[in-house]
Design a protein around this ligand. Sequence first.
Ligand SMILES: O=C[C@H](O)[C@H](O)[C@H](O)COP(=O)(O)O
Length: 225
Amino acid sequence: MTQDELKQAVARAAIAYVVDGEIIGVGTGSTANFFIDELATIKDRIKGTVASSEATAARLRGHGIAVYDLNDVTAIAVYIDGADEITASGAMIKGGGAALTREKIVASVSRQFVCIADGSKLVQTMGAFALPVEVLPMARAAVMRRLAALGGQPRLRLKPGTEQAFITDNGGEIIDVAGLSITDPVALEQEINQIVGVIAVGLFAQRGADVCLLGTSEGVKTLTF
Ligand SMILES: O=C[C@H](O)[C@H](O)[C@H](O)COP(=O)(O)O
């Protein structure tokens, strides 16, 4: 199976976690896009969605699926999203698609977090994927010095094909930190959260996944945490 076929398989399997009549939190990225396309086939069963990015909101609306502002919603039954890396205990690196802050917010108010990922995302120790950190632009250099002091190699994410900083949906910039071996994800998440100027770090460990649907050549494996 190709990686896209594995992503499609987990996206389809995630439909079983959608709660009828409820609001569904929807993630961002290529795997989440497959999920959105699957969700469209049962859109009449749900009340609507909360999106974790402008791109996701546009794709949902393109399918005629209602998208609510988080401020108008009191509960989200389940949040379904991909990951860049996930461990056997459900901690994740996210933010390869720059949506980490809104993803974290929507996940934090959701009753259940279902991660959908192809098998290549399961790792023993996170950090081979550079850790995304969203920052306020004026704090960029100061935060980069602090991240370097933690042992990483921070690099400002650029708009593809340019020398200009990539700007997120929130007006922030992304620093990708390579070279970290993340042995204590909860402690590192707390430490980076405390750096002034950081909007959010793409470590989802304090609130990790509850379930991971992992696409493998033997089928979709369900990991629960
Ligand atoms: O900001 C993006 C998100 O955290 C994505 O969920 C993550 O990057 C995984 O994306 P993909 O499903 O495209 O591998």
